[in-house]
Design a protein around this ligand. Structure first.
Ligand code: GLN
Length: 552
């Protein structure tokens, strides 16, 4: 039978609920349990696909093509279970489903209400996420509820999980509440009052926490833990301290050593083999003992919020560990690069242009791709980064001045990147679109496979077939491929069905390491193996650094 752990948050957001949930899942997985994570987002958007990265950080894409919250990226990086469409849903999605049912007449004339219709729908979605009734059913599903207790928006979610816990019985569900214990410098004290209040708020809703994860900038001493326990009705061993650490890989051990997984397994009556966190200890060792450092320039437009490129940042760090180097990433604003490439980019060991939408800053990215090509600096272009590399090559090498993407200039002379109108989706269905299609969920999304041309850089990385996740509307225009090829650009992978361009690169004779990919490899990188493309990119950065030092 599937058991559930509900993780709620109090006092303020951004305390690391995603990492805490993923860490608990990882510890339980190390005890031999089959685990998944589900994220409930209280906002009205049907999914985060249409939200600005400035507002919401990165949109994480699953194999089956769901555009999801970035916490799902943490989940996939922390546990073995892969995330699917059903692992993330929002208030908007719940209402969409309830309203569809209402229009179909499924409620048989009843007045449709938050309780029970919306709350029942939430429970159905949670069960679906846990795979109940399918061969994928897990032993434990950890359900992270977005937002903060006390928000109007998250109330139906909290009410739904309260009902679920009542229906399932006390030993089949557990509640973990993440709270904040601020250090007040003037008083020289940790303050427990906000925690007392948030737990009261939770109890008003009818939820008694089994464990409190108390975030603070330091360890919470015995005395404060006792006090918190007394005021919150949580036994003292359930009051767990979560202090600031320099790497997220330390969190699973931190929680385990204070007995969080033991407490959860007791509550849920789960008999398991002991915890084994060796792989986490190895990761911590690896991050703390690099043999060198490489500096990467990431030239994008959402640079103020590095969460916008969360998975790319993580993938670069994973690849650093595989190559035993620390990776320092500088996020450079593409708008400020144009005309100053030489000063701004000269000191880096490699350059990366990540994905992006809209025309702002595109010319700066094109200059960046040119700089990397001409100066033979390792270049990785991801999605838009591949498109700008193609535009740059068309303009400056293939003799196609004015080349552009129709996304940025619909009437450009040479639309080397253009909208495709029909493609096959991750689930095999044929999808069509035009310039007026809805923005939400209409992109080429999810995992698709392509054949890789032998003898190319891409082939040395991926072998014969590459399967990666997509999230974009525009594609390299087939009508220009021959011209680009003749000018020396190598098209090293094409999708199996539509023959869409997946990877472009420069031959080794011309450039040591220059590649652009239409997909998003960052979503499949894990701390354990890294990702072959990022591993190769960081390796190229290390080699570039060595060569530069030798030449100096
Ligand atoms: N804006 C481009 C497109 O829609 C690239 C998208 C991306 O980088 N994810 O095709």
């Amino acid at each position: 039978m599937t058991k559930f752990v509900f993780v709620t948050g109090g006092v303020v957001s951004s305390l690391g609920k995603g990492i805490a949930s993923a860490s608990l899942a990882a510890i339980l997985e190390s005890r031999g349990l089959k685990v998944t994570l589900i994220k409930l987002d209280p906002y009205i958007n049907v999914d985060p696909g249409t939200m600005s990265p400035f507002q919401h950080g990165e949109v994480f894409v699953t194999d089956d093509g769901a555009e999801t919250d970035l916490d799902l990226g943490h989940y996939e990086r922390f546990i073995e279970t892969r995330m699917k469409k059903t692992n993330n849903f929002t208030t908007g999605k719940i209402y969409q489903s309830v309203l569809e049912k209402e229009r179909r007449g499924d409620y048989l004339g009843k007045t449709v209400q938050v309780i029970p219709h919306v709350t029942n729908e939430i429970q159905e979605f949670i069960k679906r996420g846990a795979g109940i009734g399918t061969p994928d059913a897990v032993d434990v599903a950890i359900v992270e509820i977005g937002g903060t207790v006390g928000d109007i928006e998250s109330l139906p979610f909290l009410e739904a999980v309260r009902q679920m816990s009542l229906r399932m019985g006390p030993n089949n569900t557990a509640f973990v509440h993440l709270t904040y214990v601020p250090w007040i410098a003037a008083a020289g004290e940790l303050k427990t009052k906000p925690t007392q209040h948030t737990v009261q708020k939770l109890r008003e809703i009818g939820i008694q926490a089994d464990a409190l994860l108390c975030r603070a900038d330091r360890r919470i001493p015995e005395e404060e833990r006792e006090k918190i326990s007394l005021f919150t009705n949580v036994p003292e061993w359930g009051v767990i301290s979560m202090w600031d650490v320099d790497t997220i890989y330390k969190v699973p051990r931190m929680l385990h050593e204070q007995g969080l997984d033991g407490l959860i397994c007791d509550k849920l009556r789960l008999n398991t083999p002991p915890t084994n966190l060796k792989r986490w200890d190895d990761l911590v060792y690896e991050t703390e003992h690099p043999k060198g450092e490489v500096r990467i320039a990431m030239v994008g437009k959402y640079v103020e919020l590095s969460d916008s490129y969360k998975s790319v940042n993580e993938a670069l760090r994973h690849a650093g560990m595989r190559n035993h180097v620390r990776v320092r990433i500088d996020h450079l604003d593409s708008e400020s690069i144009e005309g100053q490439e030489a000063e701004k980019l000269a000191s880096y060991d490699a350059i990366l242009v990540p994905g992006g939408f809209g025309s702002r800053g595109v010319e700066g990215k094109i200059c960046t791709a040119k700089y990397a090509r001409v100066h033979k600096v390792p270049y990785l272009g991801i999605c838009l980064g591949m498109q700008v590399a193609t535009i740059e090559y068309a303009r400056h090498v293939a003799g196609l001045p004015g080349a552009n993407s129709t996304e940025f200039d619909p009437s450009c002379k040479h639309p080397v990147i253009a909208l495709i109108t029909e493609w096959k989706d991750a689930d095999g269905t044929i999808k069509t679109r035009d310039a007026n299609s809805d923005l939400g969920g209409t992109m080429r999304l999810g995992a698709q496979s392509s054949d890789v041309a032998p003898g190319t850089l891409a082939h040395s990385i991926y072998g014969d077939v590459v399967t990666e996740r997509h999230r974009h509307r525009y594609e390299a225009n087939v009508n220009y491929l021959d011209q680009l090829r003749k000018a020396g650009l190598v098209i090293s992978a094409l999708t199996q069905r539509e023959h869409l361009t997946e990877i472009v690169e420069l031959p080794h004779s011309v450039h040591p390491w220059y590649i652009g990919v239409q997909f998003h490899p960052e979503f499949k990188s894990t701390p354990w193996n890294g990702h072959p493309l990022f591993n190769a990119f960081i390796k190229a950065a290390v080699e570039h650094q060595k060569a530069a030092k030798a030449a100096a």
